[in-house]
Design a protein around this ligand. Structure first.
Ligand code: KIV
Length: 279
């Protein structure tokens, strides 16, 4: 049986760290699931790493449903959380509930949305329908980049106090966990110690209850941005380029395909064929 929201909350109580990785397609999600990751996050970052958008703003509900369906076909053990994309939940509670329902029907176990205190009514309404919600505060790529660009949050007393208030408000609204994105280490620590639900950090230090990274970043497959908080475990871009170059050269030099890669006819059938063609 796959992991549940309850299992994730339990991990905080047991002081066990929570592992989260983004996934958008069947093949990589299968491998991440096999590797024992707690949560596969179908992030709207898929718009950038899978579809080539400059940011997450153009991502649609249809695209998020397609990613979620692919990941849910791959999943055996992990919990699946899917992002509500930009403007799929901000305009009305009805939108938020309807679109959360679409992600659940596509195979998600829970949804994630960005925003602090102003989002609490929306979160409470989704939770009321029985759909678990993961919050997301600090740097909020869907909106922060419109006003400020990518910046560390919670570096002053004022902004730190607001973030702590946001985290408390989200907990009260019923989230089962909160992503803390690019929040100073000290503020993440205070939030993690203050709230009872798990915090999942990205660029927010080691004190969070869990960590999340974009899978393309940790595999070294996305070259456009390399944030300081990313740890690269592989350089897949280099490996892929080398492999594809070798393939191209093999074709050009007649080294691929070889006998073991093709399908021969029976000799007798072939000879019959030749004779028929010649006559
Ligand atoms: O979309 C995403 O991948 C995310 C994570 C980086 C937290 O929201």
């Amino acid at each position: 049986m796959s992991k549940s929201v309850r299992d994730i909350i339990e991990k905080k109580k047991l002081a066990q760290k929570i592992s989260v990785i983004t996934s958008y397609d069947y093949s990589i999600a299968s491998l991440c699931d096999k590797a024992g990751i707690d949560i596969l996050l179908v992030g709207d970052s898929g718009g950038m790493v899978m579809l080539g958008y400059k940011n997450t703003i153009p991502v649609t509900m249809d695209q998020m449903c397609l990613f979620t369906e692919a990941v849910s076909r791959a999943r055996k053990n992990s919990l699946i959380v899917s992002d509500l994309p930009f403007m799929s939940y901000q305009a009305s509670t009805t939108d938020a509930i309807t679109n959360s329902g679409r992600l659940i029907k596509a195979g998600a176990d829970a949804v994630k949305l960005e925003g602090g205190t102003p989002m609490t009514d929306t979160i409470a309404a989704i939770v009321e329908t029985g759909i678990p919600v993961m919050g997301h505060i600090g740097l909020q790529p869907q909106t922060t980049i419109l006003s400020e660009g990518y910046r560390v949050q919670g570096k002053t007393v004022e902004s730190a106090k607001l973030l702590i208030e946001d985290a408390k408000a989200l907990e009260e609204a019923g989230v089962f966990s909160i992503v803390l994105e690019m929040i100073s280490h000290e503020v993440s620590k205070i939030i993690t110690e203050t709230i009872s639900v798990p915090t999942i950090g990205i660029g927010s230090g080691a004190c969070c209850d869990g960590q999340v990274l974009v899978v393309h970043d940790l595999l070294g497959m996305y070259e456009k941005i390399k944030p300081k908080f990313v740890k690269r475990y592989l350089s897949l871009s280099d490996e892929i380029i080398n492999a594809v170059e070798s393939y191209r050269k093999d074709i050009e030099e007649g080294k691929f395909p070889l006998k073991e890669n093709w399908f021969p006819m029976e000799k007798a059938e072939y000879e019959k064929l030749r004779k028929e063609i010649e006559s």
